[in-house]
Design a protein around this ligand. Structure first.
Ligand code: MG
Length: 318
């Protein structure tokens, strides 16, 4: 399997700090959206990236590997935020995994960052938000337009750091040829509608160009929140054969916009008979518990403060 990817993050035009963090290193790609303000949200999201980065360089990750990262992240956040200090983070992403001898993406999510699949021109949201408005949508009590305006649209029903044990949802996606995965924080999806996201993904063949374009779209539209995007291209038709190889990183592989194209244990992994397949939910989202709710808009925007253009991007890498 040949994989290329790109990533971009920006503080946005309103927030003082970038509390988002991201990880883009095979076999794991994710975004984390920290909550709680400066010295809290950014710490929580960084902890998540540090824990998941322990998978970097592995050939593939199992569901147990990924779940252990969630558990360690939650434990470290609980240890950091004591004495009434509040903080937490979302985590959404994908990991290369194997299932029944085939190559799959294991999609994981806690919170309202999202994983989408863009395939054959269609954009499909794979993850399901853990939010109050998602529950109201599921109940049919509001529609998409109502969700965007709902007074509790910032309220999460799950996050890391707010409850006893992490409750991620998981899905398995067949690693289809020519599929593109989009992982993003809500700073993108609150500013840019799905239709416009799909247009941007179609317009940029290069994953890094696509990620930068999406962050640029959010900035054009006001970027009221931090915005982070990872784009992962699962394979290219130019490299498509009946035998698709899962690969391991080359020695000295660099992070960023580049490709990952190696062999896993020399084994040939059969390509699924259909490049595209159904999304298999591994776990079913459970009803929220009120005690786990964490408000997202705790970081108040500064009044009329000009944006500091000198702030470096806070992309987090292992
Ligand atoms: Mg956010």
């Amino acid at each position: 399997m040949r994989t290329s990817w790109g990533s971009a993050t920006d503080r946005g035009l309103v927030r003082e700090v970038n509390e988002d963090a991201l990880l883009a290193y095979p076999p794991v790609f994710l975004v984390a959206d920290g909550m709680g303000g400066h010295d809290a949200g950014d710490l929580a999201s960084r902890i998540a990236v540090e824990e998941f980065a322990q998978l970097a360089g592995q050939d593939a990750a199992t569901a147990d590997d990924v779940h252990a990262c969630f558990t360690r992240t939650a434990g470290r956040i609980r240890g950091e935020f004591t004495g009434g200090r509040q903080g937490g983070t979302t985590v959404a992403g994908v990991a290369v995994t194997e299932h029944d001898g085939g190559a799959y993406w294991l999609v994981f999510n806690v919170g309202d960052s999202r994983v989408y699949r863009w395939s054959e021109g269609a954009l499909e949201q794979v993850s399901v938000d853990h939010s109050v408005v998602q529950e109201l949508l599921d109940l049919g009590e509001i529609d998409e337009a109502g969700a965007a305006q709902h007074p509790e649209r910032h309220v999460l029903t799950r996050a890391l750091g707010t409850g006893d044990a992490p409750e991620p949802d998981y899905w398995l996606l067949p690693a289809g040829l020519d599929d593109r995965l989009l992982i993003c924080t809500d700073g993108l999806t609150r500013e840019v509608q799905d239709d416009d996201i799909a247009v941007a993904l179609a317009a940029h063949e290069d994953a890094q160009d696509a990620a930068a374009a999406l962050v640029g779209l959010a900035l054009d539209r006001g970027a009221r929140d931090n915005v982070s995007v990872v784009v992962v291209d699962v394979a290219t038709s130019a490299g498509a054969h009946d035998d698709v190889h899962i690969t391991v990183p080359r020695a000295g592989a660099e992070l960023g916009a580049h490709q990952w194209d190696e062999m896993l244990n020399g084994a040939t992994v059969p390509r699924p008979s259909r490049p595209r397949g159904p999304v298999f939910p591994v776990t079913t989202p459970t009803p929220a518990r009120g005690i786990d709710r964490l408000r997202r808009d705790e970081q108040a925007p500064p009044p009329d403060e000009p944006r500091d253009e000198s702030t470096p991007p806070e992309e987090t890498r292992p």
